[in-house]
Design a protein around this ligand. Structure first.
Ligand code: FAD
Ligand code: LAC
Ligand code: ZN
Length: 495
C-alpha cells in the first residue's frame, strides 16, 4: 500500500474566496393555494410602526428576505418586521393572530428546505436585530443570548474565553442561533457535542397569540412536567418564535488535528469508521465524508485537494483533546488503518483549507446549476449504495455527488443539473429521484431529513419517516398552540 504523503506540507494553492452564489432565480411552480389569511393593508403597517421603529418596518428592497439560499423558493411578501425585543414580538403576534395575518419567522435565511421564506404574501419576522449576548456564566458554562446572534459571532466571543460553541456548520457566518435551534441544526461537531436539543438549557419563545413562554431554567435537574423548550427546537417556526436561549458551552480543547485520507472502495471507509470507534472514541471531534465527484466540483472553484492523486472516496478525521500527544495519536491511527494516501494539516491555515473543501460543497454545487439537495439518514451499510443507485437512475441527465456527516449516518446527496432552468429534463430528474429516494428510505428505516428539516420541500414526504399516529399528534399540538395557523403556514405538516 502507498503511504507516501502523510504530514507533508500543503501544496501551494490559489484558493479563491467565494461569496454566496448569485444565481438566476428560477421559477418553481407550487400547487398550493393561498389559505384564507387577511391581506395586509396600510392600517396594519401603521399599527406595526406603533410597536417598533419605522426603520424596522421594511416595505421595499425585500428580495433577499423573499428568496431562499438555494434560490429555489421565492415568496411575495411586502413587509419585513425587525423587532428588537421579546415584548415587541409578543405585541406583533398578538395583533397578527387577531387579524389572521400569516407570519414567517426568519433568522439568517440559510435554510435549505424553503422553510424561511414566504410561500405567498406572509409577513416576514426577521430576528436580525435581536443580537445581544446577555451573559456568559463560566461556572455553569452557559451563555445567555438572543435568537438573532450569528453563530460565528457567538463562537468568536466564547473562543476568546477558551470555549467553543457546541455546533459548527458551513453557514456559520450568516445563520443565527434562533434559526439553528428552530431547525435543530447538526453540523460537523455533532459526533462530539451531540444535538442542540441536548445542548439547549433554556428557551424563551412567543406563541402565535403573543403569549410569552419563559423556559429559561438552566438547572441540570428539573423534573417538573413536560420539557416545553423541546417543542420549539426543530419545529421550524411553526409553533412559536424563539427569542432567547441558554446554551451549554464546552471548553475548547487545547490540541486539534485534522487528517484527510483517501480510499478506493466504500468498504474501506466503513473499515476506517469501525477503527475510529475502536481507537479514537475519546478524542474524535469530526468524521466527514466526500466522494471524488464532490471534489471535482470543488476544484473548479479553486478548492484543491492536498493529495496529488485522485481517489474515489475521502474522509476528514478531526481529533481534539488536551493531550499534547494529540497529533501522535492520529499518526498512530494511520499505521493501524494504512490508507491509500493522506495528509495531516500542519498548521491552522492548512486546516482551514482542508475544511473548506468539505464545508463549501453545497455552495460549489449550487454554482454549477440547479441542485436537488437531499439530506438523509440511513444505516452505514447502505450509505453509498443510494448514491450509486441514484447515478444509475439519473444517467447522463445530471451529476450525482455524495458527501456528509458520515459519523452521524447523515448523507447529503446532491443531484447537480448543469442548467439554471427548470426545463423538461430537470422535471424528468425530479420525477425519477423523488419516489426513488424516499422509497429507499422507507426500505432502510432511514430519515427524510437528518438535519435541514422538513420546511416546504419535504412536507409531502413526512409520512415516510413519521408514522400516522405521530403525525396526528403533531397536528393536534400545532392546532392547540396556533389555532389560526398563522405561524409559518404550508410548512412541515399538511393541513
Ligand atoms: P433560517 O434559514 O432563517 O430559518 C430556518 C427555519 O427556522 C425556518 O423554518 C424559519 O421559519 C425558522 N426560524 C428561524 N429563526 C427562528 C426563530 N427565532 N424562531 C422560530 N423559528 C425560526 N444545517 C445543518 O443542520 N447542518 C449543516 O452542516 C448545515 N450546513 C449548511 C451549509 C451551508 C453552506 C448552508 C447554506 C446551509 C447549511 N445548513 C446546515 C442549513 C442551515 O444553515 C441551517 O438550517 C440553519 O440552522 C438555519 O439557520 P438560519 O438562522 O439561517 O435560519
Ligand atoms: C453540509 C450542509 C449542506 O453539511 O448541511 O455541507
Ligand atoms: Zn450537513
Amino acid at each position: 500500500m502507498l503511504k507516501t504523503s502523510f504530514s507533508k506540507l500543503y501544496r501551494n494553492t490559489n484558493f479563491k474566496q467565494l461569496k454566496n452564489p448569485s444565481l438566476n432565480l428560477r421559477k418553481f411552480s407550487t400547487t398550493l393555494e393561498r389559505q384564507n389569511f387577511k391581506k395586509l393593508d396600510e392600517a396594519d403597517v401603521a399599527h406595526f410602526k406603533s410597536i417598533i421603529p419605522a426603520d424596522d418596518v421594511l416595505t421595499s428592497d425585500l428580495e433577499f428576505y423573499n428568496t431562499d439560499w438555494l434560490r429555489k423558493y421565492k415568496g411575495n411578501s411586502s413587509l419585513v418586521l425587525r423587532p428588537k425585543t421579546t415584548e415587541q414580538i409578543s405585541k406583533i403576534l398578538n395583533y397578527c393572530n387577531i387579524k389572521k395575518l400569516a407570519v414567517v419567522p426568519q433568522g439568517g435565511n440559510t435554510g435549505l428546505v424553503g422553510g424561511s421564506v414566504p410561500v405567498f404574501d406572509e409577513i416576514i419576522l426577521s430576528t436580525t436585530k435581536m443580537n445581544k449576548i446577555h451573559s456568559f456564566d463560566t461556572i455553569s458554562s452557559t451563555i445567555h443570548c438572543e435568537a438573532g446572534c450569528v453563530l460565528e459571532t457567538l463562537n468568536n466571543y466564547v473562543e476568546e474565553k477558551g470555549y467553543t460553541m457546541p455546533l459548527d456548520l458551513g453557514a456559520k457566518g450568516s445563520c443565527q442561533i434562533g434559526g439553528n435551534l428552530a431547525t435543530n441544526a447538526g453540523g460537523i461537531h455533532f459526533v462530539k457535542h451531540g444535538s442542540l436539543r441536548k445542548n439547549c438549557k433554556g428557551l424563551k419563545a412567543v406563541l402565535a397569540d403573543g403569549t410569552i413562554i419563559d423556559s429559561m431554567n438552566p438547572l441540570p435537574k428539573n423534573n417538573t412536567g413536560y420539557d416545553l423548550k423541546q417543542l420549539f427546537i426543530g419545529s421550524e417556526g411553526t409553533l412559536g418564535i424563539i427569542t432567547e436561549c441558554l446554551l451549554n458551552i464546552p471548553a475548547k480543547p487545547k490540541f486539534n488535528d485534522l487528517l484527510l485520507v483517501s480510499c478506493e472502495k466504500f468498504e474501506d471507509i466503513l473499515n476506517i469508521y469501525k477503527n475510529i470507534k475502536l481507537h479514537l472514541e475519546e478524542v474524535i471531534y469530526a468524521i466527514e465524508f466526500f466522494d471524488n465527484e464532490s471534489l471535482l466540483i470543488q476544484e473548479k472553484h479553486g478548492r484543491i485537494s492536498p493529495l496529488e492523486q485522485k481517489y474515489p472516496f475521502y474522509l476528514l478525521i478531526e481529533t481534539a483533546s488536551n493531550n499534547p500527544e494529540n497529533q501522535k495519536i492520529l499518526e498512530d491511527f494511520i499505521s493501524i488503518i494504512e490508507p491509500l494516501d493522506g495528509v495531516i494539516a500542519q498548521d491552522e491555515s492548512q486546516k482551514k483549507k482542508m475544511w473548506e473543501i468539505r464545508e463549501t460543497i453545497q455552495e460549489g454545487a449550487s454554482r454549477e446549476g440547479i441542485v436537488l439537495s437531499y439530506d438523509i439518514s440511513l444505516p452505514l451499510q447502505h450509505f453509498y449504495e443510494v448514491v450509486e443507485e441514484s447515478r444509475k437512475k439519473v444517467g447522463d441527465l445530471a451529476k450525482v455527488i455524495g458527501y456528509g456527516h458520515i459519523g452521524d449516518y447523515n448523507l447529503h446527496l446532491n443531484i447537480c443539473y448543469d442548467k439554471f432552468e427548470c426545463d423538461e429534463n430537470f422535471h424528468k430528474i425530479e420525477k425519477i429521484m423523488e419516489p426513488f429516494i424516499y422509497d429507499t428510505l422507507v426500505k432502510y428505516r432511514g430519515s427524510v431529513s437528518a438535519e435541514h428539516g422538513i420546511g416546504l420541500h419535504k412536507v409531502k414526504y413526512l409520512d415516510r419517516t413519521q408514522n400516522q399516529n405521530s403525525i396526528e399528534l403533531m397536528k393536534l399540538i400545532k392546532r392547540t398552540m396556533d389555532p389560526n395557523n398563522i405561524l409559518n403556514p404550508y410548512k412541515v405538516i399538511k393541513f
